[in-house]
Design a binder for this molecule. Structure first.
Ligand SMILES: [Zn+2]
Length: 449
């Protein structure tokens, strides 16, 4: 117990210097002596720890289940310069596992509360919160970090972050400048399954290289949803996918928002009616929200394991003391427990990191709708709402754009025109923008006869 004269260091409110005898002994054991698992080029020294404490700047994306664990793990490992980005506010349902939050914090931004907690609990640690979307921060912001670690639950956000780091790469005469690489450590969990991976943008497999690993988000065949529902989920999907766009209960341009209780209530009621029609039971408000938001129950222990693995990789790379994970670790404790690692390979024609414009093969009599469908449905592209533009006779032409209602209306007729009717020619470059990447992607149109 601390004497009354001595400052309390572990409960926050600590005023004096941040160090005390033996504070970093657990880290020094790893950095100030060699061992069987150290990197072959590693030379024990006291400089590594100084680098972690003073210089190394880490960005944590997400302050949720993984983010809370990551911030705690990094702070205890000696990282003192941490930024955290999260756009969410705290919900009461987060409190069982997002342990930096208390009941009094419900309604406050996760990033702010997480940063305050770590800063007051761990003397000397400076966590800077950003209550924002990752898309609202620019490359000057992302460039300042040595390592970025993601604890996200969204594939789109992951892909955007991946795209941002790829856009920061500098190539000189076609050779990648290693100084422009910011390592990305990515953790993901789904119930009792999880993975941790190390991505060196431009060097090793990126998120989009392995996009086929992510299952498409729609789980039920459309015919089941439309005509032969068997499960309560099918009824909810029917209302979400088919009825909502038809009825537009909250106005023409209002999209279904899983966080809006009135929307969920509407879907719930219609789903009950649908279920009654087919003698299906089990449609509840909670299930409705789960299906609409595609909620998979979060498991605290899985988050803890994956975040610990990610924080360890950050430590290994920042200190250069150990060989990083190469490059993908799978963890599963659904039934027993197992884990393995494999080396995810770069995809030669990866749409995000390969540096070559992709060829799109279509007949000149194909309609633009077909191209749009391909961009969305292709397992390796999985775009969400692609905007397609091109240059015809030196002029920029928007072929289709969904996100702005007036432009959507104006360009919608193009979807039923053929590529030839639109004036597109062999080898034509199409620029495609989508929420899955901060960069515009270039495609080359190749006509099949
Ligand atoms: Zn790639």
């Amino acid at each position: 117990m601390a004497d009354s004269d001595e400052p309390m260091v572990v409960d926050g409110g600590y005023g004096g210097t941040c160090e005390w005898q033996g504070r970093w002994n657990h880290v020094k054991k790893l950095l100030e002596r060699a061992g069987p698992f150290t990197h072959p080029d590693f030379e024990p020294s006291t400089e590594s720890l100084q680098f972690l404490l003073e210089t190394c700047k880490i960005l944590v994306i997400g302050a949720g289940g993984l983010g809370c664990e990551l911030l705690k793990g990094l702070a205890f490992s000696g990282f003192c310069n941490i930024h955290v980005v999260d756009m969410d506010i705290i919900d009461v349902s987060n409190l069982n596992r997002q342990f930096l939050f208390r009941t009094k914090d419900v309604g406050r931004p996760k990033a702010d509360v997480a940063a305050d907690f770590i800063n007051s609990r761990i003397p000397g640690c400076r966590v800077v919160p950003h209550f924002k979307k990752i898309q609202d921060l620019d490359e000057i912001f992302y460039k300042q970090f040595h390592i970025i670690v993601c604890g996200l639950d969204s594939v789109v956000a992951r892909r955007w972050m991946n795209g941002m780091l790829l856009s920061l790469l500098v190539y000189k005469d076609g050779v990648l400048d290693p100084g422009s690489i910011i390592p990305l450590i990515d953790g993901g969990t789904e119930g009792f399954k999880g993975n941790a991976r190390v991505i060196l943008p431009g060097m090793s497999a990126c998120i989009d290289c392995t996009l086929e690993l992510y299952p498409p988000q729609i789980n039920f065949p459309m015919c089941t949803i439309a005509s032969m529902p068997r499960l309560p989920e099918h009824c909810i999907e029917y209302v979400r996918v088919l009825l909502w766009p038809k009825v537009r209960p909250f106005g023409d341009s209002v999209v279904l928002d899983g966080d809006d209780p009135e929307h969920i209530q509407w879907v719930h009621q219609r789903s009950l009616e649908r279920a009654a029609e087919f003698n299906i039971t089990g449609v509840t408000y909670r299930l409705t929200q789960g299906v609409v938001k595609r909620i998979i129950p979060a498991v605290a222990s899985t988050n803890a394991v994956i975040a610990a693995a990610c924080a360890t990789e950050v430590f290994k790379i920042a200190s250069s003391a150990f060989i990083p994970l190469n490059n993908y670790m799978v963890f599963n404790d659904v039934d027993g427990l197992y884990t393995y690692t494999f080396e995810a390979e770069r995809k030669e024609n990866c749409s995000a990191c390969s540096q070559v414009p992709l060829d799109l093969f279509f007949s000149s009599s194909s309609k633009l709708q077909k191209v749009l469908d391909y961009l969305i449905e292709s397992a390796s592209l999985q775009m969400k709402s692609p905007a397609i533009t091109t240059t015809i006779d030196g002029k920029n032409k928007t072929l289709y754009l969904q996100s702005v209602a007036s432009i959507e209306q104006r360009t919608r007729p193009n979807l039923s025109k053929t590529l030839k009717e639109l004036g597109l020619t062999e080898g034509q470059e199409l620029a495609v923008a989508d929420i899955t990447t901060p960069q515009t992607m270039l495609f080359r149109l190749c006509f099949t006869s």
